[in-house]
Design a protein around this ligand. Structure first.
Ligand SMILES: O=C(O)C1=C[C@@H](OP(=O)(O)O)[C@@H](O)[C@H](O)C1
Ligand SMILES: C=C(OP(=O)(O)O)C(=O)O
Length: 672
């Protein structure tokens, strides 16, 4: 997951390949709760692992449910069979509607039935998301529910600690026009108390109906068949009781699929995009996003459990669509609309206003930043794409809304090839923590569009620390080119070669196919950890020796270019700005006095328990400086356009901030 403050996407060119989607949020949280309420054990496979499911799992554990993590997205749940071993608890449910609403109903009923008292809270936004219609329904049933903040919103107290008589005779009336999750919550909870037939009557128009279908299908998997009359009346038969199906596989998330369906519709591609884990047999309503994408021009084929998408009509065709049945995936249509041949209208989406943020306002604001014309109404949005010269490089504010972050990433395909900034990319953790990794695995940018920051400088100048900090803050790849020379020298010695000119051709041969890889701070050669061996003083001297050999330097060029990957690169070395990435948009030449560098190296060695004499280190360092600056091939020199940074008197954070401010000055997003 990218936990940076922002993630800059370079303009993207094309896409192709296959992604496997994480499990469906809606199914994961429903089956977790159903398994917890059933008798016996249920093993759930391919469960979503994200913020929303973590709060559900933590809540169930707090309530005394046995949860065993089996690894690889499988979890074994030991059900409570409807009995409450823990009668009082405080539960934090983040911003997960699929945890807050169903747990409210289940715990309110169980608290009344068995004498319990529970407090349910979430993040600030959860306390602005309505729950009054559900609470009204629960109060009709005789459940004590108190608002602990504002009336109609969480936090809530359920139960008093005493039992309360439940009134199951009269139909429970629940409004369905704010969120379908209130009806879902009652449907999931009422089988726990169905000593008689229980009727639910939906008042007003029910929204997001396909989510009720998911609920009914999963209830059936756990042995409860609800009778229904259209969308108005639902009857839970007397004697309903949850029975575990033993094990259950969770489908990939159809709402998450929408970003990759859209990608296939937008991006040029030879092979198209394949989505694994969800397909035409899905029980999730958002699978019908495919029809909307087809209407805009996508060419989609599918099987039970996978989808293949290719670009068809281009530009996309503008549509006018009632999106009430696909409220989550419809946000993706609003971004596809940027590539359409006219104005796209998405209707009947008032529920957007009470989700992770006011999504109609948020989408309108961010689409306008990109240059689109947007009209918003209480329950609709109309998007007209920017004119060819009207696109702007935008910094997309994401409002702690995973879907805003995910759908706007598709704006990086803009025809004028502007980069795009996604603020707070970690908000995708709600349902798809590795969204950007998945995106980068199937999209391509032109190499020259992928930004590179070069940090060159002499030994012990602090390049490594500065470069790795910059890479971490920007979410960029890191190339420690010095390590490549160290590994080459190590591999050459292992192969019985000398590090002298006589073996130059053989070392170069070896360097060309160097089986090196990086795993965080660890350096691997043919999968073997060689970090300590190459990071030693001798390792450094050996690197300096092979690095004077021109054939070796040439052999490593391609390997180094290969590190220029999405979303960007910080390259640390001695000739990054002069030879390897001469067109890099920012080059820093880092330096400090030889004495300062020797002192730092000395401290570093002492802290590792290696004894060393300061005078020796200073002499070695001067020797290396001389060799590096006077070698014939790519001597250590600042690039002409490099910015000098003498960090003799600067702390690490000061240097990092300074370079980040230089970088920001070269980005097009100022004032966004
Ligand atoms: O029941 C569910 O799993 C959901 C129902 C929908 O909410 P509304 O019914 O509030 O539209 C949807 O937006 C949400 O992401 C998940
Ligand atoms: C509305 C959403 O979430 P929640 O389940 O919290 O309602 C969503 O995921 O888009």
């Amino acid at each position: 997951m990218y936990s940076t403050h922002f993630l800059d996407l370079p303009p993207l060119r094309s896409a192709g390949g296959s992604v496997t989607l994480p499990g469906s949020k809606s199914i994961s949280n429903r089956v977790l709760l159903l398994a917890a309420l059933s008798a016996g054990e249920t093993t759930l496979h391919d469960l979503l692992d994200s913020d929303d499911t973590r709060v559900m799992l933590a809540a169930l554990e707090t309530l005394g449910c046995g949860i065993e993590r089996l690894g690889g997205h499988s979890v074994k749940v030991r059900g409570l069979a409807g009995a409450l071993p823990v009668k009082a608890a405080y539960l934090f449910l983040g911003n997960a509607g699929t945890a807050m609403r169903p747990l409210t109903a289940a715990l309110a009923l169980l608290a009344a039935q068995q004498g319990g008292k529970f407090e349910l809270r979430g993040i600030a936004r959860m306390h602005e998301r309505p729950i009054g219609d559900l609470v009204d329904g629960l109060r009709q049933l005789g459940c004590p529910v108190d608002y602990l903040g504002n009336d109609g919103y969480p936090p809530l107290r359920l139960g008093t600690g005493e039992t309360a008589a439940l009134q199951l005779d009269a139909p429970i009336r629940v409004r369905g026009n704010v969120s379908s999750q209130f009806l879902t919550a009652l449907l999931l909870a009422l089988p726990l108390v169905a000593s008689q037939d229980i009727q639910i009557e939906v008042v007003g128009e029910l929204i997001s109906k396909p989510y009720i279908e998911i609920t009914l299908k999963l209830l059936a998997r756990f042995g409860v068949t609800v009778k229904r009359e259209g969308w108005q009346r639902f009857i839970i038969p007397a004697g309903s009781r949850y029975t575990s199906p033993g094990s259950l596989h969770v489908e990939g998330d159809a709402s998450s699929a929408s970003y990759f369906v859209a990608l296939g519709a937008i991006a040029e591609s030879e092979q198209g995009i394949t989505i694994q884990g969800v397909g035409l047999d899905s029980i999730q309503g958002d699978i019908r996003f495919v029809e909307a994408a087809q209407a805009m021009g996508a060419v989609v084929t599918g099987s039970a459990n996978s989808l293949q998408i290719r670009r068809g009509a281009w530009p996309l065709k503008a549509i006018d669509l009632d999106c009430n049945h696909i409220p989550d995936a419809a946000m993706t249509l609003a971004v596809m609309a940027l590539y359409a041949d006219g104005t796209t209208t998405l209707r009947n989406i008032e529920s957007w206003r009470v989700k992770e943020t006011d999504r109609i306002a948020a989408m309108a604001c961010e689409l306008r930043k990109l240059g689109a014309s947007v009209e918003e109404g209480q329950d609709y949005i109309k998007v007209t794409p920017p004119a060819a010269d009207g696109w702007r490089a935008a910094s997309i504010h994401t409002y702690d809304d995973h879907r805003v972050a995910m759908c706007f990433s598709l704006a990086a395909f803009n025809p004028v090839r502007l980069p795009l900034r996604i603020e707070d990319p970690k908000c995708v953790a709600k349902t798809f923590p590795d969204y950007f990794e998945a995106l980068f695995s199937v999209v391509q940018a032109d190499a020259e569009d992928i930004p590179v920051i070069c940090v060159d400088g002499p030994t012990a100048s602090g390049k490594g620390t500065l470069a790795s900090q910059l890479a971490a803050r920007l979410g960029y790849e890191l190339l420690d080119s010095g390590a490549l020379y160290r590994v080459t020298a190590h591999a050459a010695l292992q192969a019985g070669l000398t590090l002298e000119a006589g073996d130059e051709a053989a070392i170069a041969e070896l360097a060309r196919a160097l089986p090196v890889s990086f795993d965080g701070d660890r350096v691997l050669l043919s999968g073997q950890d060689v970090t300590d061996a190459i990071r030693s003083e001798t390792g450094g001297m050996n690197a300096s020796k092979v690095s004077v050999l021109p054939a070796v330097r040439a052999a490593l060029v391609e390997l180094q270019h290969g590190f220029r990957r999405l979303p960007g690169l910080v390259a640390d070395g001695r000739d990054m700005g002069t030879v390897i990435f001469p067109e890099a948009p920012l080059k820093v030449f880092l330096n400090a006095s030889a004495e300062q560098r020797a002192v730092r190296r000395h401290k570093q060695l002492i802290s590792k328990g290696v004894s060393a004499r300061l005078e020796d280190l200073l002499a070695d360092l001067k020797e290396r400086d001389l060799r590096d600056t006077t070698r014939k091939s790519a001597p250590l020199l600042p690039a002409q356009d490099a910015l000098p940074l003498d960090n003799s008197e600067l702390g690490i954070e000061e240097s990092v901030q300074l370079v980040l401010s230089w970088w920001e000055g070269r980005r097009p997003f100022q004032g966004a």
